[in-house]
Ligand binder design. Structure first.
Ligand SMILES: [Zn+2]
Length: 527
């Protein structure tokens, strides 16, 4: 079956008791629209305005492009909501058996960058380098997978200039007297098809940006900008200056993915004008559909307000980590609200996220370390199977991460009850851990490496003079170091060297590590 489930007779009928389940906060969740396994991924496509089945067009590889950061400052959590959503998409596509060719650009040239660099008497490259490095490190802190290709705008200036030349040859681009180039929007009648904006009000004679005085029509947009006094510039086949932001993405996307590709993503604020302009630049020249599917991630609110520097609720990832929030809690909070829903990012939500992650990690080590009687318990087997199926169904339904997370927590609750009653069996471990792994392939929060990342953040804070030495706690212990000490302590206990085993316990406790001795062995967690 490949069509919509409405046209088929294979809809799974569920028992009424399973139609409604509780979410993380205990509120009852309505049923998913369709539970039928084997249905393809359905994603909302901004271009069609509908939820559609999504699959790559040519072979098993999804060719996708997502707009990357403009490296003129540290990235904020609003940016990271988008990057986490794209990461979840790519992880789920891979889990679904697809291969990926995912391109992310680094915008390392634009008006702000050029202006800031000039003000600091730095070259553009010197200026952007620190922010690019910081962004790539932020990505690692949030367990964002590195796209197959990460490409810099400044390394494609010649291709962009040549592309503008080709547009000019067809009469789609024109140059102004100062050497800037503009896109003639009137040449692309489909302009506006992505954002569905009514652009009829913007006509010739309206107010024109003073820096773009050479435009024929206010709707036209810059492809190439002529240099201003004292600013960095590039020499190119169309003269000196620098490319506009929109042309950068069209040219790099097509260079690496071809004239037509499967999916283009970004934050909802990019749909207009950035993505609209990308489509116009690409399709007016090639005559082919640029990206078949457009995915836009909704803005987030911070403490119920629009995030802004003036409102005092503006957080970079680095701010939050330096305030002591774990990267895994931040990722969990950003990941657990489906990408098209409003996410209200609050400090209380972060605390809740930290507890959720802790619960999963504790469950993981509990199951791994417990010594259980042989056999299986059908209740545990059913809980694991149901979680796997519901996670899959939730993610297939336009990446409903809240549903997927709810499913794993239902399983953890049921399995914990069975474990408390001594009713889990050795043969239940594998399916429970498999379900947990299926979840973590998407959410990526189980590995406890927060301490190392927070230490790196503090070192960065110290090197920038943001943190004083006295504000930096004693060295955090790495997981490997803790495990080594636990093993040494177990060996000491076995050898009845209680002086040594107590000393190690104290050393761990001083480092904020709680050791619990259970009949199944020693477990540890961070305070
Ligand atoms: Zn872009």
């Amino acid at each position: 079956m490949t069509g919509s489930f409405l046209s088929s007779g294979t809809v799974t009928i569920l028992q009424p008791s399973r139609l409604f389940t509780r979410d993380l906060n205990g509120t009852v969740r309505p049923p998913l629209f369709c539970y039928n396994l084997g249905l393809p991924l359905r994603l909302y496509n901004t271009l069609s305005g509908k939820v559609e089945e999504f699959a790559p067009a040519t072979d098993n590889t999804v060719r996708m492009y997502a707009c990357g950061p403009t490296v003129y400052d540290y990235a904020h959590i609003g940016n990271f909501r988008t990057f986490v959503a794209i990461d979840i998409l790519r992880r789920f596509l891979r889990q679904s058996g697809f291969k990926l060719k995912h391109v992310m650009n680094i915008t390392d040239v634009d008006d702000r960058i050029i202006k800031n660099a000039a003000a600091q008497h730095k070259s553009v490259q010197e200026y952007t380098h620190q922010y690019e490095e910081a962004f790539l490190e932020d990505m690692r802190w949030l367990n964002l997978e590195r796209p197959e290709l990460v490409v810099r705008a400044t390394e494609h200036i010649r291709e962009m200039a040549e592309y503008i030349q080709a547009l000019a040859k067809k009469g789609i681009a024109y140059s102004a007297s100062d050497g800037s180039y503009y896109f003639r929007v009137a040449k692309f009648p489909e302009y506006g098809k992505l954002s569905k904006k009514d652009l009829s009000g913007i006509e010739a004679g309206a107010r024109v940006d003073v820096e773009e005085y050479g435009k024929e029509n206010p709707r036209d947009f810059a492809l190439w900008k002529s240099p201003k006094e004292g600013e960095d510039l590039w020499d190119s086949p169309i003269g000196k200056g620098h490319p506009g932001w929109h042309i950068e993405c069209s040219v790099m996307a097509m260079k690496y993915l071809g004239e037509s590709f499967d999916l283009h993503g970004g934050g909802e604020d990019l749909a207009f004008p950035h993505h609209e302009n990308e489509i116009a630049q690409a399709e007016s020249l090639t005559g082919k559909i640029f990206a078949r599917h457009w995915m836009h991630v909704r803005f987030l609110l911070v403490e119920s307000d629009k995030m802004s520097k003036s409102a005092g609720n503006f957080h970079t990832l680095r701010d939050l980590v330096l305030q002591g929030h774990k990267p895994s809690s931040i990722r969990f909070l950003l990941a657990s609200v489906p990408y098209r829903k409003q996410l209200n990012f609050t400090l209380a939500g972060l605390e809740q996220g930290a507890k959720s992650v802790e619960r999963l990690r504790t469950f993981d080590s509990r199951i791994r370390m417990s010594q259980l009687p042989a056999g299986t318990n059908p209740v545990a087997q059913e809980a694991a199977a149901k979680a796997k199926q519901e996670m899959r169904a939730g993610m297939d339904d336009d990446l409903n991460t809240a549903y997927a997370a709810g499913a794993i927590f239902d399983m953890v609750r049921e399995a914990n009850i069975l474990a408390d009653r001594g009713e889990l069996r050795e043969g239940d471990k594998a399916p429970l851990l498999e379900a947990l792994q299926q979840f973590d392939e998407i959410f990526a929060v189980l590995k406890d490496d927060d301490a190392e990342k927070m230490k790196a953040a503090m070192e960065w804070g110290r090197s920038r003079g943001i943190l004083k030495d006295s504000e930096i706690p004693a060295d955090a212990m790495s997981d490997a170091e803790i495990n080594r000490l636990i093993e040494e302590r177990n060996a000491a206990k076995k050898a009845r060297d209680f002086g040594r085993s107590d000393a190690i316990r104290k050393q761990l406790s001083d480092a904020g590590i709680i050791v619990e001795d259970t009949k199944d062995g020693s477990r540890w967690k961070r305070k």
